[in-house]
Design a protein around this ligand. Sequence first.
Ligand code: FES
Length: 137
Amino acid sequence: MPKHVVATAAEIPDGGRKLVELKGRPVAVFNVKGEYFALYDRCPHEGGSLCAGKLTGLVQSSGPGDYQLTRQGEILRCPWHGWEFDLRTGRSYCDPRRMRVRNYAVSVQPGSQVVEGPYVAETFPVTVEGDYVVIEL
Ligand code: FES
């Protein structure tokens, strides 16, 4: 799977987010307590931008008057109609069996590894003939 460098780690601090474009697709990248997540930036309901959504937690209850808020910051609420998605899986809490948004694997790599890695810029032979610079493509 091709890898794409989308930001420095400092560009997306804890609690931050960044909208990037990869192969023509909008992708929202989130940092939650130092852990990074990436989701396709279109809500499967009606296409709202998930990057503009509110991060919240998961509320669980075993009965009336009893509830716990867990996984703070890992549940993303779409800004248009409030559908909620799990940042880890992309699954919707409205209809978890059928509805989900695509998620992507994210890692943080040291700059030296990124430079050495499989990221190779495309190069072309260049020659100078008289007064003109000619690029062979
Ligand atoms: S577009 Fe996201 S909940 Fe409707």
